[in-house]
Design a protein around this ligand. Structure first.
Ligand code: AMP
Length: 280
């Protein structure tokens, strides 16, 4: 497995691959890799000749300086996992390499970023839009892999690809969970033992809400029950809990056809902010 830190060396490698007619899959990550990331690598290996995983903790998508500072960085362990997973190349640039000068471009996703993560983390999706565009231009992949766990990011990136005519296919992969239901996340490493033992309630509450909605309970009742449950567990501070239409990302009062609804949650456990969702 090749490890590149400069855009130039990455491009040189990729030019060789393209000359040999090899297809390229890209997995953008911020590192501190887990089985969720590896599932994207596996999907890419199935579809492509060459799999490139980028590892870059992108400062411009963090609106909370402490979250950026404390974001886990484990490059050596990440490279071992990627090598074992059969990844072809890692792109792990420095901040200076990615941003030789401060970007002046601002990407506004309109209504898609006025809710949930966009509302709670102002500027977050501008940062995501810019870094994902840069990576798409640097790697020029045939396919790019993203996790359903970041449901709003998926919507925003779909829109980015369509609005800017990026010539690639997006592949969206299901959320990989721990055996107790907790969605795998790099931020889980920051949980204390007691926070970690409480964290699976997030998925339990989501799953109960989904069942209640499918059984015909009213959205407002289901929301009230879930919010009460979070309130009853002291360690949680709920940021949002929404039943939405996955196309518009807007809250709904009544669920629609199968596959068009989602319940999305963001909650703090101590200082760590976790997100999750279920689509149904
Ligand atoms: P991150 O490193 O958190 O920016 O995530 C990089 C990519 O991995 C994103 O497309 C995420 O949606 C995806 N991802 C993160 N956690 C999971 C998970 N538990 N299951 C599947 N994909 C995930």
């Amino acid at each position: 497995m090749e490890v590149f830190t400069s855009v130039q060396s990455l491009r040189q490698f990729l030019r060789q691959q393209v000359l040999q007619q090899k297809s390229i899959g890209l997995i953008p990550t911020m590192g501190a890799l887990h089985e969720g990331h590896i599932s994207l690598v596996e999907a890419s290996r199935t579809d492509n000749d060459v799999t490139v995983c980028s590892i870059f903790v992108n400062p411009t998508q963090f609106n909370n300086p402490e979250d950026l500072l404390k974001y886990p960085r484990t490059l050596d362990a990440d490279c071992t996992m990627l090598e074992n997973a059969g990844c072809s190349a890692v792109f792990a640039p420095s901040v200076e390499e990615m941003y030789p000068e401060q970007t002046v471009l601002k990407i506004n996703f309109g209504a898609l970023e006025s809710v949930m993560e966009g509302a709670s983390r102002p500027g977050h999706f501008n940062g995501v839009g810019v870094i994902v565009s840069k990576l798409f231009n640097m790697v020029q992949p045939d396919r790019a892999y993203f996790g359903q766990k970041d449901l709003q990011q998926v919507s925003v990136v779909k829109r980015l690809v369509s609005d800017l005519s990026f010539d690639l296919d997006l592949v969206i992969c299901p959320t990989v969970r721990e055996t107790d239901g907790l969605a795998m996340s790099s931020r889980n490493r920051r949980l204390s033992d007691s926070e970690r033992s409480i964290a699976p309630h997030i998925y339990r509450i989501l799953s109960n809400s989904k069942e209640d909605l499918l059984a015909g309970k009213r959205v407002d009742e289901v929301l009230a029950r879930a919010k009460n449950e979070f309130a009853s567990i002291n360690a949680f501070t709920l940021d949002y809990y929404e039943v939405i239409d996955i196309k518009t990302l807007l809250p709904i009062n009544q669920i629609g056809k199968a596959g068009t609804n989602a319940i999305c949650v963001a909650a703090f456990l101590g200082p760590v902010r976790l997100i999750d969702n279920v689509v149904f």
